[in-house]
Each structure stands twice: as structure tokens, then as C-alpha cells.
Design a protein around this ligand. Structure first.
Ligand code: MN
Ligand code: FE
Length: 334
């Protein structure tokens, strides 16, 4: 039997999932399934009342919600398209493909979340979906990812050559590490801050579910990228590494511009400086995971985010989720 590889599985049967070589792909798949949820499970009644009431939220809080919905609503479709149209085609290993199918479904759930939020809060869809066109700091983030993942959009793209394998890894880092691993994180910390202040708890819960899915997407992406590099060590050149570092640094700049736009004044125990520092902290974790040196060396200004993401994920988070999903009760993470 010929050995399995992530790319160019042409010599093996791409449909033959057993025996599984990449156990991490299976683990992420199982974690995704255990984390099953749909937006309609979350009661939005209280959010609706707060949203409709004249003094339920300040103008700054209202804008923060609209902008984050605006960014995420289009970003979710962008990642879904990347997975289905590009990644799936080039990652020919069947256990990785099984995970990609699961991830694609989760991206559909995330897209559905913003449909559900618009409907339950009575927000005009154009006010959310036009953010991409109207708000420069959102447009720039999306454009950055679109441009970074252009080469593999070519229908004739293959991973046959060393140069194209480098392009593929470069683009995978574009959407797993930069889009899902950096560009989502200022938004996550802002939206989860509402929950911590006991405001707009329904939409906060929706973002918490998305965060937990995304942390699995990111973990899969990192395993995928590092496995491709291990199998093709000659692609990981000093030049590619420095391009990746520059891309991540630029992404951090764009995310900081976005955070400053969203938070012209401090609200909800947040300010643009702390969110910027959080983005830098997160970017260093991504660089480390890729075996690259830290750039920022800053403390995590929001240790409670790590608690949500790192501590509960492996241990009680999935178990908690499953129990609560079965009981159908309201969700309480703390
Ligand atoms: Mn998503
Ligand atoms: Fe995702």
C-alpha cells in the first residue's frame, strides 16, 4: 500500500479514509461534531427589547455591534468559499477532506447566525451587509485576505511544483491564520465584552459559539499547514518565512485600525489600546505555532479570553456543551 500524503494523493485512492494516518484531522472532526449548535437555540427576546429601547444601548455600543456583524457576515462567506472552492480541491487526503466538509457546514451555521440576528433584532440586511462597502477598515481586511489567497483561485492551479506548494501554504496561512486566527479576534473580544457586562447576552452567546468553532478551525489549519511543511520541507524557505511574517504584521496593523474605528472611546471596559495589544498577543501565538519568532512580546490584556478558549476547550467545554445541548436549557458558560 502506498503511503498517504496531504497533497497530490493521486497515487492513493482519495476516497479511502481507513486506515487514518492524520489522527488530528479525525480529532478536530469529532470536536466539531461535539460542539454542534444552531443559532435558533439562542433566545433573542431580551436582546430585541434592549435593541429596540431608546436607552438600552449607547450609540457607541450600537455601532460596535453593527460593525462587528458587518465584518463577520461577509467574512464567514469568504472563508466558506475558500474552503469549498480552493482548499478542498487541493487537499486530497480523505481524513482532512472529512474535516473540511464539517468546517464548511459550520461556516454555513455562522452565515445563518447573521441572518437570524438580523431577523430577530429587526435590522435591515443592507445595514449589515453593506458594511463591507461602506466602512474602509472592514473593506481593507477583506481585500487583504482576498488578495492574499488569489493564486490558488486560478482554476488551473495545482500543487505539482515546489513554487505552487509554497503558494498554497502561503494562501492557507492567509485564511486559516490571518482571517480566522487574527482578523476574528478583535471582534470576538468586543462582542464577548457585552456578555461580561450582561448586555445583549443572546448575540454574545452566538459569538461565543462561533469563537469555539473558529478555535477548532484554526487548530485544524495549523495542523494542516505544519503537516504540509513537514512533508515538503524544501518549501519552507527563509524567503517564504519572511513573507509570512510581513503578512501577519500587516494583518495586525489592519486589525488595529479596525479596533480604533470600532472603539473611538472606551466602552464596556474596553479601549482601542487594550484591544490592539490583544491582537498583538494573539499574533505572537500564531507565529509561535508556525515555528516563527515572536514580534510583539506583550502580555495578554484579557486573560478571561484565554479561559474561554484554552482552558475550557479541552476539558469541560465540549462536555458542557453536549450536556446543555441535550437538555436544551439556556446556556451558561461560567
Ligand atoms: Mn466561521
Ligand atoms: Fe471558520
Amino acid at each position: 500500500m502506498s503511503e498517504k500524503f496531504i497533497l497530490n494523493a493521486g497515487t492513493t485512492d482519495p476516497n479511502k479514509i481507513l486506515p487514518i494516518k492524520y489522527k488530528w484531522a479525525r480529532t478536530h472532526y469529532k470536536n466539531g461534531v461535539n460542539n454542534n449548535w444552531v443559532p435558533d437555540e439562542v433566545n433573542m427576546q431580551k436582546d430585541f427589547e434592549t435593541w429596540k429601547s431608546a436607552n438600552g444601548l449607547t450609540d457607541d455600543e450600537r455601532r460596535l455591534i453593527m460593525w462587528n456583524m458587518g465584518f463577520f457576515s461577509t467574512a464567514e462567506s469568504l472563508t466558506a468559499n475558500n474552503i469549498v472552492l480552493n482548499v478542498y480541491k487541493n487537499v486530497t487526503n480523505p481524513e482532512c477532506r472529512q474535516y473540511l466538509l464539517r468546517q464548511a457546514y459550520e461556516e454555513a451555521i455562522h452565515t445563518d447566525t447573521f441572518i437570524y440576528c438580523c431577523e430577530s433584532l429587526g435590522i435591515a440586511p443592507d445595514d449589515v451587509y453593506n458594511a463591507y462597502n461602506k466602512i474602509p477598515s472592514i473593506h481593507e481586511k477583506d481585500e487583504f485576505v482576498v488578495n492574499m489567497t488569489k493564486s490558488i483561485m486560478d482554476p488551473n492551479f495545482t500543487t505539482d511544483t515546489l513554487e505552487n506548494k509554497q503558494k498554497f501554504v502561503h494562501d492557507l496561512i492567509g485564511y486559516y491564520v490571518i482571517m480566522e486566527g487574527v482578523f476574528f479576534y478583535a471582534g470576538f473580544v468586543m462582542m464577548l465584552s457585552f456578555m461580561r457586562q450582561n448586555k445583549m447576552v443572546g448575540i454574545g452567546e452566538q459569538f461565543q459559539f462561533i469563537l469555539r468553532d473558529e478555535s477548532v478551525h484554526l487548530a485544524f489549519g495549523m495542523d494542516l499547514i505544519t503537516a504540509i511543511i513537514e512533508e515538503n520541507p524544501d518549501i519552507w524557505t527563509a524567503e517564504l518565512k519572511s513573507t509570512i511574517i510581513e503578512n501577519i504584521k500587516r494583518a495586525v496593523e489592519l486589525e488595529i485600525i479596525y479596533a480604533k474605528d470600532c472603539l473611538p472611546r472606551g466602552i464596556l471596559g474596553l479601549n482601542a489600546e487594550a484591544v490592539s495589544q490583544y491582537v498583538q498577543y494573539v499574533a505572537d501565538r500564531r507565529l509561535e505555532r508556525l515555528g516563527l519568532a515572536n514580534v510583539y512580546n506583550v502580555e495578554n490584556p484579557f486573560p478571561w479570553m484565554s479561559e474561554i478558549i484554552d482552558l475550557k476547550k479541552e476539558k469541560n467545554f465540549f462536555e458542557t456543551r453536549v450536556t446543555e445541548y441535550k437538555s436544551g436549557g439556556s446556556l451558561n458558560w461560567d
